[in-house]
Design a protein around this ligand. Structure first.
Ligand SMILES: NC(=O)c1ccc[n+]([C@@H]2O[C@H](COP(=O)([O-])OP(=O)(O)OC[C@H]3O[C@@H](n4cnc5c(N)ncnc54)[C@H](OP(=O)(O)O)[C@@H]3O)[C@@H](O)[C@H]2O)c1
Length: 328
């Protein structure tokens, strides 16, 4: 099979397209013919081995997972001897970031607890856009912020992979959503359901006379002190990513302290791939409450270009890797 191989830590230029043996199937796995994958920030951490602490999980000197790629959608080609709930031909999707990676390849052997059936109304490319970005947004909104209907939610940096899901998921919980995006992304934020849009090129998040029950920091996150000003007395800030390293460290270290001493809460969190959340997302997608936003699509051989584009940090929605198969 064709696969992208990462032999050492470095930039996208270190990645090579090679022909390698298909992975061998374990009893609790299925072999999936991958039709599409997508790019996430986790791919960059695995590629570059940065931050350095990540190498504890990914390999100290070189990546111990030679084929990167987490999100995928595809069709089951073989089933392991213990597998009862999937059959050959079933269309599935999932996130391999906790299961050995390997989605930038034509085939992957995946444990059944990392996958579920693909949303029936989505193409493979659309389904591959969902797992990491969609579930990050879902877990931030549902588990961390515990958003309730009628609450006012500000989503900072709402136009990328995670942000476009965050707007729609917050709306699905009945929130009144304010999206913070650049001028070129104002229209897409409104189309996705944002009730109000702040163009950060023209206006500060603090310039409106408005308090928020919840602020989700996805990209371009401000300092805790800025958010403290615009949170309601019991409000919560959930930091997903973005912003400078100093702002991230500030939230990680001072957030817990401020949360203990005051009523306003400041959390950082890491998404956890969970099969039940793939099911949750499938229900939202099939009900038409959420739709993936795809910016650009690249072939498997173009993964280095896809990563270069993603690393520029301006994608509008998701960057897809397409591996078409007969019948797609
Ligand atoms: N905690 C977790 O478990 C977890 C999981 C996944 C991702 N993340 C983090 O979440 C963040 C977002 O990931 P992603 O995949 O959604 O990224 P992404 O798709 O690359 O986000 C790009 C988008 O962000 C916008 N943007 C850039 N700078 C901005 C700013 N200063 N203010 C507002 N918007 C800005 C860009 O539009 P403009 O340039 O036009 O503004 C673009 O539309 C990353 O930092 C990633 O590390 C965390």
């Amino acid at each position: 099979m064709k696969a992208i191989i990462s032999g050492k830590y470095g930039g996208p230029e270190t990645l090579e397209l090679r022909v390698v043996a298909r992975p061998k199937l374990k009893p609790d796995e299925v072999l999936v013919r991958i039709h599409a994958s997508s790019v996430n920030y986790g791919n960059i951490v695995l590629l570059r081995g940065k931050p350095f602490l990540a190498r504890i999980a990914y390999g100290l000197k070189k990546p111990k997972f030679p084929i990167p790629g987490s999100d995928f959608a595809g069709a089951v080609q073989e089933v392991g001897e213990n597998v009862t709930e999937f059959q050959i031909g079933d269309e599935v999707y999932g996130d391999l970031s906790s299961s050995g990676w390997g989605a930038f390849a034509e085939y992957a052997a995946v444990p059944v607890n990392a996958i579920t059936h693909k949303p029936s109304n989505l193409s493979f490319a659309e389904a591959a856009a969902v797992p990491m970005a969609g579930i990050t947004a879902l877990q931030a909104i549902r588990n961390q912020a515990k958003i309730e209907a009628g609450q006012k939610v500000l989503i900072q940096g709402a136009s990328g992979g995670v942000g476009t899901f965050a707007i729609q998921i917050a709306k699905s919980f009945g929130a009144e959503v304010t999206a913070v995006v650049s001028s070129r992304n104002v229209a897409i934020a409104s189309e996705l359901g944002a009730d109000h849009v702040i163009d950060y090129k023209k206006e500060k998040v603090t310039s409106r006379d408005q308090l928020y029950d919840c602020i989700i920091g996805v990209n371009g996150s401000e300092s805790i002190s800025t958010y403290k000003q615009i949170l309601t007395p019991n409000g919560i800030f959930v930091h997903i990513g973005g912003g400078s390293t100093s702002k991230m460290i500030e939230t990680m270290f001072f957030g817990p302290l401020l949360s203990i001493t005051g009523k306003k809460k400041f959390h950082t969190f890491m998404h956890q791939p969970k099969r039940e959340d793939l099911v949750w997302m499938r229900e939202l997608l099939e009900a038409g409450k959420v739709k993936p936003v795809i910016d650009k699509s690249y072939a498997l051989s173009e993964v280095p270009d896809a990563i270069k584009y993603f690393e520029e940090g301006h994608s509008q929605g998701k960057v897809i890797i397409s591996m078409p198969y007969e019948g797609d």
